[in-house]
Design a protein around this ligand. Structure first.
Ligand code: ATP
Length: 226
């Protein structure tokens, strides 16, 4: 069955280890500026591109649920956690395409750091056949793109948000967002040192972290158990 929607579906994948305002504020800005029907937060099960997370998948999912609960248009999507094996975005987009049908615009949202590594993702050239890509600028120096990626990007760049509604996939939009120099790495490090990450992430998420005693030791010291 195909789900009826009114605008492009934003898809923000990540480890969310833990989720923070550097995810949430840009996601809200994109929801509004791009007039997205929703932003789906998709926590990955086993990240394909980084070290194992410091807490379990269920705990990361709970943090995302707590942090997004109050915002209309934010949706939590646990499909990668329900799928066996590593989380590949190409599989996730294929499955979303099945849910939303061929005509609904999908917009994969990635930070500029993650986008720079796009050519290392599994079957990366197929991604724009399945969705648009919206790149949100992250603070920090920007290296030039590797030649293969630069060649791939050039003919696909769109300069206006309206392009995301004109077809279901295929465009790459570079969209400025408020620059928040916050990373999950920083939050894990603060907690491991016994310092407070308050105001870097929602209070509800922080309360859960404290309640469960998460991230207390050295960052990434514990392999995830699920
Ligand atoms: P870590 O520090 O553990 O690598 P992270 O803070 O980068 O984690 P992820 O869950 O890996 O968080 O990021 C999910 C997505 O959100 C990625 O596309 C990433 O580029 C983007 N992102 C993360 N932090 C920010 C930020 N401060 N501003 C804009 N985009 C961000």
């Amino acid at each position: 069955m195909t789900v009826e929607v009114s605008g492009p579906i934003g898809i923000l994948g990540g480890t969310f280890d833990p989720i923070h305002y550097g995810h949430l504020r840009p996601a809200l800005e994109l929801l509004e500026t791009l007039a997205l029907a929703e932003v789906r937060f998709v926590p990955c099960r086993i990240p394909a591109h980084r070290d194992v997370p410091a807490i379990t998948a269920d705990q990361r999912l709970t943090l995302v649920q707590l942090a997004t609960a109050e915002q209309a248009g934010f949706v939590v999507d646990d499909r990668e956690l329900r799928r066996e094996g590593p989380s590949y975005m190409v599989d996730t987009l294929t499955s979303l395409r099945e849910d939303f049908g061929v005509a609904t615009p999908l917009a994969l949202i990635v930070g500029s750091d993650a986008f720079r590594e796009l050519d290392t993702w599994r079957r990366w050239r197929e991604l724009t056949g399945l969705a648009h890509i919206v790149v949100m600028q992250r603070p920090g120096a920007q290296e030039p793109f590797r030649p293969l990626l630069a060649e791939f990007i050039a003919p696909r760049v769109v300069s206006h948000v309206s392009a995301l509604r004109q077809r279901p996939a295929g465009g790459i939009l570079f969209q400025p967002v408020t620059q928040l120099s916050i990373s999950a790495t920083q939050i894990r490090a603060l907690l491991a040192r016994g310092q407070s990450p308050r105001y870097l992430l929602p209070e509800t998420a922080l309360a859960y972290i404290h309640q469960r005693g998460l991230y207390r030791s050295r960052p990434d010291a514990f392999p995830a158990t699920s």
